[in-house]
Design a protein around this ligand. Structure first.
Ligand code: GLN
Length: 487
């Protein structure tokens, strides 16, 4: 049986668009129809604009007819997490605070996707302001995992991952502050790439923790991740942390870089809390690399045990400062109950933010307050330096690291009521953000209950070309990405 259009890859569809086998309007209609058929169950989308998507698709077809095609993304339907600005489209961060907000401008990544001819399609659900690991913290309905609708898709980019698994987009973008691309990719059985901090512009991304946030792709294959990264990576003068570095041809690197590589297994990532089925799948992946001639060595990242603590000080501190702008005055929710202007701030924020966001703002304000700044924030920054140093030390020995992406497969919606239980979902992903490194999650198997498992590969700074090649070496020896959930 041939794969339905909505489960095909960018690479394959670009070929079919080029040879006239399909049009972008046909493809976009297939995605719209699929979404209408399944999104009542999956709830991946916060909002969609079918007419606008079809207009973009028609424009792509006209360009193609005139011989002015813009590249492999031209005419491909791509949906964005609802924290990435698209001009004249809603931008809500899945928060009541921004429930009626429409973006007056495009994020840099949006602008670049438009230039590449992509058909921008819909805003995807997330944990409010990207704070969470399950998409249950959304002010909207929680998104369901297409592999088991009683389970979470992971988070915070749960909508971006679930939309991929369900065939509601050909690719999506998410953001990753502590694991929010890789963990949902792992739980939904798709590829998710978090680029090196500074590779992709954050301009137009609603800020959570500015020193950690990065935008990155969700795709079905590593090759598609390379194509999408190519379009969005590169220096942007509107983001002062954007790095000036030459952008290689990522897709060509998949051909030219063939290993064998020296791969490190950080021993701290295989301890307590790791589900035996996940451990087994990752062990099998390690054995696969070994059989392909890669040298596998055990390495140590001794400060791993402090990652979660350092993250929850730094991320909340930055969040408390970033979210101060939602004051009910300039934009966002404004309370109708307020007695005076000071009360307006209080009431607007009390009504607009959800529980987890408030918890983080309170925590972050505390760790930044005078008298505590040195004890918490400054100390966490020093620990962060040690964590980065651990990785750089390991890279003197190895090309990349292999770990599980998430300690468990998807869990039931509502199963982790205690915030700390949710925070622990990210123990293998958070160190990467603190160290500013690139990392990718690729599908590496299924549990006995039929839920996807993800393998994390962590690369050296700005070495995405190598990371993608290493990931593809695994992917090309397996067919996990050719299984689709029954919906
Ligand atoms: N789950 C982590 C948190 O809640 C990471 C979220 C993210 O990467 N945006 O902060």
């Amino acid at each position: 049986m041939s794969t339905p259009l909505y489960f095909q890859t960018i690479a394959a569809l670009a070929g079919r668009l080029a040879d006239g086998g399909i049009s972008s309007v046909e493809l976009t209609k297939a995605i719209i129809a699929r979404t209408e058929a399944v999104d009542d169950k999956v709830h991946a989308f916060n909002s969609r604009d079918e007419a606008d998507a079809l207009r973009q698709a028609a424009a792509a077809d006209e360009r193609r007819a005139a011989g002015r095609t813009l590249g492999p993304l031209d005419g491909i339907p791509i949906a964005l997490k609802d924290v990435i600005a698209v001009r004249d489209q809603p931008l809500t961060a899945s928060s009541r605070m921004l429930a009626n907000f429409v973006s007056p401008y495009d994020a840099t990544v949006t602008e670049r996707l438009k230039k590449a001819g992509a058909v921008l399609w819909g805003r995807l659900n997330l944990d409010e302001f990207a704070m969470g690991s399950s998409t249950e913290n959304s002010a909207n309905q929680p998104t369901a995992n297409p592999w088991n609708l009683d389970c979470v898709p992971g988070g915070s980019s749960g909508g971006s991952a679930a939309a991929m698994a369900a065939g509601e987009a050909i690719a999506t973008l998410g953001s990753d502050t502590g694991g929010s691309i890789r963990q949902p990719a792992s739980l939904c059985g798709v590829v998710g790439l978090k680029p090196t901090y500074g590779l992709v512009s954050r301009y137009g991304l609603i800020a959570f923790a500015s020193s950690l946030d990065q935008i990155g792709p969700f795709t079905r294959t590593v090759e598609d991740a390379a194509i999408l990264l190519q379009a969005i990576a590169g220096h942007d003068e509107r983001d002062s942390t954007s790095f000036k570095t030459e952008i290689p041809d990522y897709r060509a690197a998949l051909e030219s870089k063939r290993g064998p590589w020296k791969l490190g297994i950080p021993k701290e990532y295989f301890g307590e809390g790791l589900d035996p089925e996940v451990s087994k799948a990752v062990e099998a992946a390690i054995a696969f690399y070994r059989e392909r001639g890669c040298e596998i060595v055990e390495v140590s990242l001794p400060h791993t045990q402090y990652c979660l603590d350092a993250y929850y000080v730094i991320a909340t501190a930055e969040a408390s400062s970033n979210l101060a702008r939602y004051d009910g005055i300039r934009y966002g929710h404004r309370s109708k109950q307020a007695k005076d202007v000071v009360d307006l701030y209080y009431q607007s924020r009390a009504e607009g933010f959800g529980e987890e966001v408030k918890r983080r703002i309170i925590l972050g304000t505390y760790v930044l307050s005078s008298g505590y700044y040195d004890a918490y924030y400054l100390r966490a920054q020093k620990v962060r330096t040690l964590i980065r140093q651990d990785f750089l030390n390991a890279y003197r020995q190895v090309d990349a690291l292999i770990t599980p992406t998430s300690p468990t497969a998807a869990f039931k919606i509502g199963a982790k009521a205690d915030p700390l239980a949710l925070y622990l979902c990210d123990i293998y992903t958070i160190g990467v953000n603190l160290a500013g490194l690139p990392a990718i999650s690729v599908p590496c198997g299924f549990t006995s209950g039929g839920l996807p498992i993800g393998l994390q590969l962590i690369g050296q700074p700005f070495a995405e070309a190598d990371l993608l090649a290493i990931a593809q070496a695994y992917e090309s020896g397996h067919d996990w990405n050719q299984r689709y959930p029954q919906l």
